[in-house]
Design a protein. Structure first.
Length: 73
């Protein structure tokens, strides 16, 4: 997995580990990437089953929790 994708996943994991979600705008601010650059990366993370999206933003999918905990906890 490329570094940018891992960085974005880590950001989402850290910000949503206690519940909730992180908006696309927050991810843009935290990563200094535009929405048009982020969207394909986020779609890849969704296809890999690591991230889910709801109307308010993104959160780590149940399948991604194990990956994230194994890597960053």
């Amino acid at each position: 997995m490329e570094n940018t994708k891992l960085d974005i996943l880590h950001d989402i994991f850290v910000r949503t580990r206690e519940g909730g979600f992180v908006s696309l705008h927050e991810i843009e601010v935290n990563t200094a990437l535009t929405g048009s650059r982020l969207r394909p990366i986020l779609e890849d993370l969704k296809e890999e089953g690591l991230v889910n999206e709801q109307s308010g933003g993104f959160f780590v999918a149940p399948g991604g929790i194990h990956f994230c905990r194994g890597r960053w906890d």
